[in-house]
Design a protein around this ligand. Structure first.
Ligand code: G3P
Length: 224
């Protein structure tokens, strides 16, 4: 299971890269635009934090296959390490994916809402597909069920493409996707925190502290 951070916010990336077992960072045009800064400065700052080995995803803003490939090559060259280009699924995106696959540039086909879209993206050579869980839930779909169907279809058809589930609003959605066997989730800093949080955990920690301090006061193991 890979945990990826879905943000271009430098403070969040610094924090989560230090405290969580992240394998990379995903961005998209909306996420980048939120920062209101120079695009390449954002990419450089993210790379400086995560280092060359963790994967950084940035999305093309081009609309034709040729231009998508051109932009992907530039992004790959300038991203300073392990990189994947995000391409929304449509005909031009599929054509670009087939070309980029031949060039050895990793593709994450994004804005996936059905298992059928995911399967054809994988067939075109996408290394990852990103189904949008919460956006499906918002329209009375079942995002985690779609993720489960994609995982199952990839297994049936022997696809090596990874399922990178995206668009989360709570820890339960993350848990259901993991249980369905998706290989990666991309989440915000808030969702990562929600994943590790539980009121019973807080109560357990408070109990340990109270019992220890009742006998040893402020002494720690280091003081014995
Ligand atoms: O990057 C794609 C995905 O993570 C979008 O999430 O929260 O905008 O639905 P959201």
């Amino acid at each position: 299971m890979e945990y990826i951070l879905d943000t271009a916010n430098i403070a969040d990336i610094k924090h989560c890269n230090e405290f969580y077992p992240l394998t990379g960072v995903t961005t998209n045009p909306s996420i980048i635009a939120k920062e209101k800064r120079d695009f390449w400065a954002i990419i450089k700052d993210i790379r400086d934090i995560i280092g060359p080995d963790k994967i950084l995803f940035a999305q093309t803003v081009q609309k034709t296959a040729d231009k998508i490939v051109e932009e992907a090559k530039l992004l790959n060259e300038k991203s300073g390490g392990n990189f994947g280009v995000k391409i929304p699924i449509d005909e031009e995106g599929l054509k670009a994916t087939m070309a980029l696959n031949k060039l050895g540039i990793k593709v994450l086909m994004t804005a996936i809402f059905t298992p059928a879209q995911a399967l054809i993206a994988a067939k075109a050579g996408a290394d990852y597909v990103a189904p949008y869980v919460n956006r499906l839930d918002n329209i009375i779909g079942d995002g985690t069920e779609v993720v489960a169907e994609i995982v199952e279809q990839f297994a049936i058809h022997g696809m090596t493409c990874k399922v990178l589930a995206a668009s989360f609003k709570n820890a339960e959605q993350v848990h259901r996707c993991a249980a369905a066997g998706c290989q990666c989730v991309t989440v915000s800093a808030d969702i990562l925190k929600a994943v590790i949080s539980h009121p019973m955990t807080d109560a357990a920690i408070a109990g340990f502290d109270k019992d220890w301090k009742g006998v040893y006061a402020d002494k720690t193991i280091l003081d014995f």
